[in-house]
Design a protein around this ligand. Structure first.
Ligand SMILES: C[S@@+](CC[C@H](N)C(=O)[O-])C[C@H]1O[C@@H](n2cnc3c(N)ncnc32)[C@H](O)[C@@H]1O
Length: 271
């Protein structure tokens, strides 16, 4: 059990615009690097599972193996449990919990996974140590995180530069690391893993539908989610700034040739 349990601020929060984006994730589009390890009978812990769409995909892949989905937010865990019921997935259990202090004995799971979670923590190395504790000997810890400064887009839109600057400032003010992707190898080594396999994969928004979706997600989040609350509370932006950045997102979304690339770092670390 971890000695440290920081009370981190989760930068995105759980506004409907955020959760809708997370709920569109699948094992194929967000955790392809883990799929080769998800054979029938394998046990999985998905830490920071959010609305549970990836977790339910994992459960279908490993059945009759058991899957545990865990998140700090009770509201989001209720949504994940509702999704499992709706999809008829019965080999998954969702519960609230904290990655720094997992309520499982040592060596409980074959696969311990966290998607887009470490970037929000003030102590990702402590989290990885705790994930390692509950992984079976010979099992794996699998993590994937975006790298914000690695994101690139076209055309150049000044408001998107302002959005990036604001996101970086808010996340860092929360003690988190938005450029997590490039640090995963380093964090895994610091957590004591000696067998670390890195990879990377992208999310790309470059068709009309993808552009409109991504622009709507961030156009709304900038105005209504915890991002907006924190930007105002920390004195980093005014409501007029947020309205301008949101409009910039929609302008990018209505281009005919726009491109937005999100690179993600990945690590499979053997316990
Ligand atoms: C960006 S979301 C990712 C959700 C999901 N893994 C996905 O990719 O769709 C990060 C999630 O981590 C959760 N989280 C943040 N800090 C946590 C902690 N200390 N312990 C457990 N979950 C945490 C948040 O509540 C949030 O649901």
């Amino acid at each position: 059990m971890s000695a440290q349990q920081p009370d981190d601020v989760y930068t995105h929060g759980h506004h409907e615009s955020v959760v809708r984006a997370h709920a569109s994730r699948t094992a194929e589009n967000s955790a392809a690097f883990v799929i080769p390890h998800l054979t029938p009978g394998v046990s999985v812990l998905d830490v920071g599972c959010g609305p549970g769409s990836i977790t339910c995909d994992f459960a279908e892949m490993v059945a009759p193996g058991r899957v545990a989905g865990l998140d700090r937010s009770p509201d989001i865990i209720a949504q994940a449990a509702a999704l499992a019921a709706e999809r008829g997935v019965d080999n998954v259990d969702f519960a609230t919990g904290n990655v720094y202090d997992l309520d499982f004995p040592d060596e409980s799971f074959d696969v311990v996974h966290a998607h887009q979670v470490l970037q929000h923590l003030t102590d990702p190395v402590a989290a990885l140590r705790e994930m390692r504790r509950v992984a079976k000997a010979g099992g794996i810890v699998a993590v994937r995180d975006a790298d914000f400064h690695g994101m690139s887009w076209y055309p150049a839109i000044a408001e998107l530069d302002d959005w990036m600057d604001l996101y970086q400032r808010i996340a860092r003010r929360n003690g988190a690391e938005p450029d997590a992707g490039r640090r995963l190898v380093s964090w895994a080594q610091a957590a004591g893993f000696t067998d670390v396999a890195p990879s990377s994969s992208n999310w790309l928004y470059a068709t009309g539908q993808q552009r409109r979706w991504q622009a709507r997600v961030w156009g709304e989040r900038v105005l209504h989610s915890s991002f907006a609350d924190q930007a105002l509370e920390y004195g980093f932006a005014s409501e007029a700034d947020l309205a301008r950045i949101s409009a910039g997102w929609h302008r990018w979304g209505s281009t005919e040739d726009g491109w937005f690339l999100i690179p993600n770092g990945e690590v499979i670390a053997r316990a």
